[in-house]
Ligand binder design. Structure first.
Ligand SMILES: C[S@@+](CC[C@H](N)C(=O)[O-])C[C@H]1O[C@@H](n2cnc3c(N)ncnc32)[C@H](O)[C@@H]1O
Length: 243
């Protein structure tokens, strides 16, 4: 995760709230990690409805929420662990009732009831936890909470630099969702260069090697894991049912 102004910070820092507070104090932004709304919009259109209740986890000072409500989304709740950024965003958007900002740890969202959201968008937040200490433990806690506050059939959209060999087992271990993988170029490409069709999911086998086989090694893409919650998968897992 080397994008952004403070790329000299050690990888561990990304999992540390004090690091983010300091960063947002120094650099109020706005800044969008990885991708902006404009490039993601066709994919979001595929999975989301304008009336959906949405949660953006680890929102930072990204303009994603602002652009989403400008495009017709009506209820966008944003959380972040940094009080510095949350206070700044509350002030910035005080005249936008469709956008709410709450200071909250994504690993413990106990103020939200089970099944509160139709969709959850994560752009760079699971990645941050994966860069910190106790990465595996924190990532699992986060994903359990994401799964809990999502409605059945709701969607968790994870935008990450992590290819399936790093992310798929983590997501699948929860036995909670059906997963589609999309890819998007990291940089804008000229018209002659090969680009990926964002709205078409790639074929996904058990270990995700089917994705690498198609896009090749060292490809400059971001991966988008669209995880559709299926409560019955968890029930089947608990009851030992095989599909
Ligand atoms: C890489 S930035 C991504 C920011 C934004 N989503 C974007 O796309 O530009 C990661 C964000 O996650 C937040 N974060 C880190 N750990 C968190 C946690 N445990 N709970 C909630 N937010 C967290 C950080 O404060 C930071 O704003």
């Amino acid at each position: 995760m080397t994008v952004g102004a403070s790329s000299t910070a050690g990888a561990h820092a990304y999992g540390d709230p004090a690091y983010w507070d300091q960063r947002y104090r120094q650099d109020p932004g706005p800044f969008d990690w990885y991708q902006k709304y404009k490039t993601l919009a066709p994919l979001l259109d595929l999975y989301l409805r304008r009336s959906h209740r949405l949660l953006l986890v680890g929102c930072g000072n990204s303009e994603l929420g602002e652009h989403m409500i400008a495009d017709g989304y009506q209820d966008v709740v944003n959380i972040d662990i940094s009080s510095v950024v949350v206070e700044a965003m509350q002030k910035k958007y005080q005249d936008k009732p469709q956008l709410k900002y709450i200071k909250m740890d994504v690993r413990d969202m106990n103020s939200f009831e089970d099944g509160s959201f139709d969709a959850i968008i994560d752009k760079g937040t699971l990645d941050s936890l994966m860069c910190g200490q106790n990465a595996q433990h924190n990532a699992t806690k986060m994903l359990e909470e994401v799964g809990r506050v999502l409605k059945d059939k709701g969607v968790y959209i994870l935008i990450t630099y992590g290819d399936p060999s790093y992310r798929l087992h983590l997501l699948r271990d929860l036995h909670l969702w059906n997963i589609h993988v999309h890819v998007i170029d990291r940089m804008e490409k000229s018209s002659e260069q090969k680009t990926w069709e964002l709205t078409r999911p790639l074929p996904l086998n058990e270990d995700g090697s089917s994705v690498a086989a198609i896009i090749g090694a060292n490809n400059e893409v971001h991966y988008i894991y669209v995880c559709i919650k299926e409560k019955s998968l968890r029930q089947d897992q608990n009851e030992g049912v095989e599909h």
